[in-house]
Design a protein around this ligand. Structure first.
Ligand SMILES: Cc1cc2nc3c(=O)[nH]c(=O)nc-3n(C[C@H](O)[C@H](O)[C@H](O)COP(=O)(O)OP(=O)(O)OC[C@H]3O[C@@H](n4cnc5c(N)ncnc54)[C@H](O)[C@@H]3O)c2cc1C
Length: 565
């Protein structure tokens, strides 16, 4: 259910910026940094053309490769699956332009750095039909066999408003979200750090569920149960109940769960676009001739899966790939999920300091499964003459399907149904089933809710489905820190600041979704990519312009809180 914590993520007062994914742990203005005409920095001319290995061709890998190319370096990309990673849009020959978004599918405008890249590539977005969102004609909530139809929260029985109210009050009274958001809007880093650091100290050991249960507003188990089943913003969040409450507060206070937008034609166009785009010289492209893109520098295709990563003298990194090719680089950026370093890639024990290995080992991922079906047309828009309601609505339920989303591409065009989007245990329940069985199961749930509607009759292509936790190159959908994990996250995120590290540990950089503070949101993956770009630039003896300092230049001032024992 949409229980917006922030009613608006667009600027109201010209002096106050909208809510953005600015901090709260490391409040560096990545959006301003990428938009500044001075560019992200430069390297000495004598280093132009030097190779850097980029392991992983997802969004973080593509942003890193693109920006390092603009600085005059030659990114060599390794990708074991496909460019795009968890931004994977599956298309259908019989329906051009209609895609199933297997990973990321809805993006908050507060992801301002992400939207900078969307804009740079000319990608268009549309309001995503989340539960009870303005763009959603209607929402059906089906709990414990009871079905409720609503256009807004006010159409629902009072208990749902009680849940919304309890959530608002809990956020205010137990986490002070209002003042935090105010500090984010004003980009008042001193206040933001003071407020957020106090929460980190107080709540790092607390689960999402424990946080709710400790609130006087959620004294009733029924309210906690309903809140878990229908959640806020995007759907049921009880699968997140065991996670650290800090993970949830980051999402809430940066409006990451509000006003979502989808990408017309699919979000995979972003990493693909960065792979193919040839920046012009007026965009700050150093060294390379006109027409150079990351793809051109890689001969049109990435190198295959990395199988081995070793440090070799003198402070080099030697990468072996699945074809058996061995190449050596003075710098490497590793952007795949960090668990890949534990099994998928043979590594030296001493590649990272032991405390970083511990943080990698303790990383915790959420699983996720999606099931999509292409249908002949948005038949759900037809109204039932008896009730005047749409035949089918965006649906949240405690049944196996959990969340069903309806994506309309015009009255007479094929349409997409995300029949089921599940996380964690709900995803595991679907694991043993093949695509057809998964569709059967989700259609069974929907038949119980809409007995008069024959969805199957409209399906025109084999369903597509993906479970991220069983994918060899991912092993999970996205990181979700458990209570007590703050220290691990702080270590991984700060790894790009390498002066503290022994010289032998420098030159290899971690980036990507699970290194970020806001895993599960593409903005975080980009932020860590920009950290790695800054780190590599410094490693090559480069620096930023005085009027556009980078994340590392402002690290001492903005660094995430370091919790001691
Ligand atoms: C189900 C799901 C829903 C999501 N929903 C949203 C959303 O709505 N909004 C949002 O903003 N974000 C969402 N996200 C998060 C978003 O997709 C990620 O933050 C982002 O795509 C991560 O990019 P990345 O480059 O860090 O990692 P990845 O995309 O995982 O890229 C890493 C790449 O490394 C490759 N790789 C792995 N091992 C090796 C190896 N040994 N050698 C070479 N390559 C290797 C992988 O194949 C992969 O392509 C969602 C993610 C999932 C899974």
């Amino acid at each position: 259910m949409t229980i917006p914590v922030t009613h608006d993520s667009t600027a109201v007062d010209t002096d106050i910026r909208p809510l953005t994914m600015f901090g709260p742990d490391f409040p560096f203005p990545y959006d301003d940094y990428v938009a500044h005409p001075a560019g992200l920095g430069s390297i000495p001319r004598e280093r132009y053309g030097a190779e850097v290995a980029i392991i992983g061709g997802g969004l973080a890998g593509m942003v890193t490769a693109y920006e390092l190319m603009k600085m005059g370096l030659r990114p060599i990309v390794y990708e074991s699956d496909q460019i795009g990673g968890r931004m994977r849009s599956v298309s259908f020959p019989q329906a051009p332009g209609v895609v199933a978004e297997m990973g990321a599918m809805r993006f908050p405008p507060s992801s301002t750095t992400l939207f900078h890249y969307f804009n740079q590539l000319g990608l268009r977005t549309f309001p995503f039909p989340n539960p009870l969102a303005e763009a959603t004609p209607s929402t059906v909530i089906d709990l414990k066999g009871e079905t409720y139809y609503a256009r807004t929260l006010d159409d629902l029985p009072e208990v749902f408003r009680d849940v919304a109210d309890a959530w608002h009050k809990t956020l205010e009274d137990y986490a002070g979200v209002g003042p935090l958001q105010d500090a984010i809007r004003r980009r008042d880093t001193t206040t933001l750090k003071r407020l957020w650091n106090e929460l980190v100290i107080r709540l790092d050991d607390q689960t999402f569920y424990g946080f709710l249960a400790a609130s006087k507003h959620f004294g009733s188990f029924r309210l906690r149960e309903i809140f878990g089943q229908i959640g806020f913003g995007t759907g049921g969040w009880d699968t997140d109940y065991p996670n650290s409450i800090l993970e949830i507060l980051r999402v809430v206070c940066t409006a990451a769960d509000d006003h979502h937008r989808g990408v017309v034609g699919g979000c995979q166009q972003l990493p693909m676009g960065l792979w193919e785009r040839a920046p012009a010289s007026h965009e700050g492209m150093a060294h390379w001739p006109a027409g150079t893109s990351v793809s051109v520098l890689n001969g049109g295709r990435p190198r295959p899966r990395v199988t081995e990563l070793r440090r070799t003298a003198p402070r080099n990194y030697t990468v072996t790939d699945a074809s058996g090719e061995i190449r050596t680089y003075s710098a490497v950026v590793f952007t795949a999920q960090s668990w890949m370093l534990l099994g998928g890639v043979r590594c030296d024990d001493d590649l990272f300091p032991i405390d970083h290995w511990t943080a990698i080992e303790r990383t915790h991922y959420m699983g996720s499964t999606k099931v999509f079906a292409l249908v002949d047309r948005p038949f759900w828009k037809q109204r039932d003459p008896a009730t005047g309601r749409e035949r089918l609505s965006m649906t949240l339920t405690d049944r196996m399907s959990r969340g069903t989303y309806l994506l309309d591409h015009g009255d007479d065009a094929p349409a997409m149904m995300c029949l089921s989007y599940t996380w964690a245990d709900d995803s595991l329940k679907l694991l043993p089933l093949n695509a057809a069985e998964r569709m059967d199961l989700t259609l069974k749930s929907l038949r119980e809710i809409y007995p008069a509607v024959d969805i199957r009759r409209h399906v025109i292509a084999t369903p597509v489905t993906l479970t991220w936790e069983t994918e060899r190159d991912f092993m999970g959908a996205f990181k979700a820190n458990l209570p007590g994990h703050y220290r691990y996250q702080e270590r991984l995120f700060s790894h790009f600041m390498q002066e503290e590290l022994a010289p032998r540990h420098r030159g290899i950089f971690l980036a990507g979704d699970d290194i970020s503070w806001t895993a599960g949101w593409a903005e975080g993956a980009i932020q860590t990519a920009l950290n790695a770009v800054w780190g590599v630039m410094r490693d090559f003896g480069g620096g930023t312009e005085v009027d556009n300092p980078g994340p590392g230049d402002r690290f001492a001032e903005l660094a995430p809180l370091r919790l001691r024992d």
